[in-house]
Ligand binder design. Structure first.
Ligand code: ADP
Ligand code: MG
Length: 453
C-alpha cells in the first residue's frame, strides 16, 4: 500500500525531505499501462518531486510488486479557468504540459504546449521588446501580415515561450483554429515515419490543412536534404493559402549553413526579429515575476534584500539558468526553513555561479589558436591570406561565434577590422570542412576543451 511505501521512502529520503515533499503527495491511482499518478498541491512541487524523487518513488512502487513504468504528478485543476489538470511526467525532467485541444484534436500533428508559457508570464524588456511585439501582433490573428514570422536568438532567451504564448492566445480566441506547434526535429521524425510507412499523401494533407504552423529550432534541418525539401513544399503550400507560419532558430536565416538558398530566402521573406541576450534589468524583472508567481506556494519564504540583485548581476544571460537557480534557492529555503540570505545563496548556487563567471573572450580564443598552430598572433589577425594563416583564422572566428556572445560585426572588428560577411564566410567554411575533414574537427574539439577548461 501507499502507506508502506511511504515508510520506505521516509527511510530513503530522510525526514526533512519526506515532510516537505513526500507527505503532501496523494496517491491517485495506477493504470493498466503502468502509469502511477499522484496529486500534488502545486505545479512547482510536482516539478520538484518529479525531478528529485520521481525515480525513487517509481522504484519503491516496483519493489512493492507493482508494474510501474512512469510516475506522474498532477495538479488538481490549478485554476478555475484552466480546463485540464497540469500533468507533470516524471521523465524527462518534468514540464507541465497539456496538448492543445480542438475539435479535431486527434488528427493534429503538433506537440503539447507548456501551460506556463503565456504572454502573462513573459517579462518584456529592451532585449526582447521587438520580438514580443511581433509575437503579440501575430497572436491577434486575423489578416496575415508577417509571413513567416522568424524569431531567432540564443538558447534560453524565450523563443519557445513566445511561440507557445502565440499558440495559447490564438487558441483562446478561436478554439477551432488548427494551430500546430512542433520542433523541426519532430517534423523530420514525422516525415521519416511517413516515408517509411508509405504514408506521404496523408502526411502532406495533414500539414497542408493546418491554419497556423509553428516550427521551433528550424536550424535542426540544416544538412537534412529530404526534410528540407518537404519543409519547403509545406511552407509554400501554406503561404499560398495565406496561412500563418512561425519559425524559430538559434541564429539568423542567413547564418544557418546547410540550408538551401531558396529556403533561406523564403524564411527571410516575412518579418525577422531577434531576441537579444538579457540585460540586468530584464533579469531582475524576470526574477521578481517568478517570486511573485511562487509566493503563494511558499508563504513563509523570506528573501533578504540584495539577493535578487546579486542573482541578476551574476547569472548569465540564459533565462533557463536563472530560473533553475531560483528554483533551487526556493527549495533549499523551504527545506532549511530560514531566510534566504546572500550567504546562503552563494553556498547553494556555488556551481552555477562559478560556471557563469567563466566567460570566454575572442582575445583568449585568438591566443589559444595561434599557440595551437604555432603561428604569430599578428599573423592570425593580420591581412595575409595564405592557407597557413587563413585556416586557423577561420577556426578562431568559428570558435568566437560558438563560444562567445559576440555578434559577427563585433568579431570582425577583433580580427583586424574585417567585415561581418568575411566572418560569416569563415564560420561557414569551417562548418563545412568539419563534416569532411576529421583533422579540423579534432583540432576544434581540442581547442574547445582547452578554452572551456
Ligand atoms: P529558447 O526556446 O529561446 O531556448 P525558452 O523559451 O525555452 O528559450 O525559455 C527558457 C526559459 O526561460 C523558459 O522557462 C521561459 O519561460 C523562460 N523565459 C525566457 N524569457 C523569458 C521572459 N522574458 N520572461 C519570463 N520567462 C522567460
Ligand atoms: Mg526553445
Amino acid at each position: 500500500t501507499w502507506g508502506q511505501i511511504q515508510d520506505e521512502l521516509l527511510k530513503s529520503v530522510g525526514r526533512n525531505n519526506y515532510v516537505n515533499w513526500i507527505e503532501p503527495l496523494e496517491f491517485s491511482g495506477l493504470d493498466d499501462s503502468g502509469v502511477a499518478t499522484f496529486l500534488v498541491p502545486t505545479q512547482f512541487m510536482g516539478n520538484w518531486v518529479s525531478r528529485n524523487f520521481g525515480e525513487q518513488i517509481r522504484h519503491q512502487l516496483s519493489a512493492a510488486g507493482e508494474r510501474v513504468v512512469r510516475v506522474e504528478f498532477t495538479v488538481p485543476n490549478p485554476r478555475g479557468d484552466k480546463p485540464a489538470a497540469a500533468k507533470i511526467a516524471s521523465k524527462p525532467a518534468g514540464k507541465a504540459i497539456r496538448s492543445v485541444k480542438t475539435a479535431k484534436d486527434d488528427e493534429l500533428p503538433g506537440a503539447p504546449l507548456d501551460q506556463r508559457f503565456t504572454f502573462d508570464t513573459f517579462v518584456v524588456g529592451k532585449p526582447n521588446e521587438l520580438a514580443h511585439a511581433a509575437a503579440r501582433r501575430v497572436a491577434e490573428g486575423g489578416t496575415v501580415t508577417f509571413n513567416p514570422l522568424f524569431l531567432y536568438g540564443g538558447v534560453g532567451l524565450g523563443k519557445t515561450h513566445l511561440m507557445h504564448a502565440i499558440a495559447w492566445e490564438l487558441q483562446k480566441k478561436s478554439p477551432d483554429l488548427r494551430v500546430v506547434y512542433l520542433s523541426a526535429e519532430q517534423f523530420m521524425y514525422r516525415f521519416v515515419q511517413a516515408l517509411r510507412d508509405k504514408d506521404m499523401i496523408a502526411f502532406k494533407q495533414l500539414f497542408r490543412s493546418v491554419d497556423v504552423l509553428m516550427i521551433d529550432d528550424v536550424q535542426f534541418i540544416a544538412g537534412k536534404d529530404a526534410t528540407q525539401e518537404e519543409f519547403f513544399h509545406t511552407f509554400n503550400a501554406l503561404v499560398d493559402q495565406n496561412k500563418q507560419i512561425i519559425v524559430s532558430s538559434d541564429r539568423a536565416p542567413t547564418e544557418i549553413s546547410g540550408i538551401e538558398d531558396r529556403i533561406v530566402s523564403r524564411l527571410q521573406s516575412g518579418l525577422v526579429v531577434d531576441l537579444h541576450p538579457t540585460n540586468y534589468e530584464l533579469r531582475l524583472g524576470i526574477l521578481q515575476q517568478k517570486i511573485e508567481q511562487y509566493s503563494e506556494q511558499f508563504p513563509n519564504l523570506v528573501i533578504s534584500d540584495g539577493v535578487l540583485e546579486f542573482l541578476a548581476h551574476r547569472i548569465s544571460t540564459n533565462v533557463r539558468v536563472l530560473e533553475g537557480a531560483l528554483m533551487r534557492l526556493f527549495a533549499f529555503g523551504a527545506l532549511v526553513g530560514r531566510e534566504i540570505t546572500l550567504e546562503l545563496t552563494q553556498d547553494c548556487l556555488a556551481d552555477i555561479l562559478r560556471a557563469s563567471d567563466r566567460k570566454i573572450t575572442v582575445e583568449e580564443i585568438q591566443r589559444k589558436v595561434s599557440e595551437h598552430f604555432n603561428i604569430r598572433l599578428s599573423d592570425l589577425i593580420g591581412p595575409k591570406r595564405v592557407r597557413t594563416f587563413a585556416r586557423p583564422r577561420q577556426m578562431a572566428m568559428y570558435l568566437s561565434k560558438q563560444l562567445t556572445s559576440r555578434s559577427l560585426p563585433e568579431i570582425g572588428r577583433r580580427f583586424g577590422g574585417r567585415d561581418h560577411t568575411t566572418v560569416m564566410h569563415g564560420v561557414r567554411k569551417i562548418e563545412e570542412l568539419m563534416q569532411k575533414d576529421s583533422q579540423i574537427a579534432d583540432d576544434l574539439e581540442l581547442l574547445r576543451r582547452a578554452l572551456e577548461a
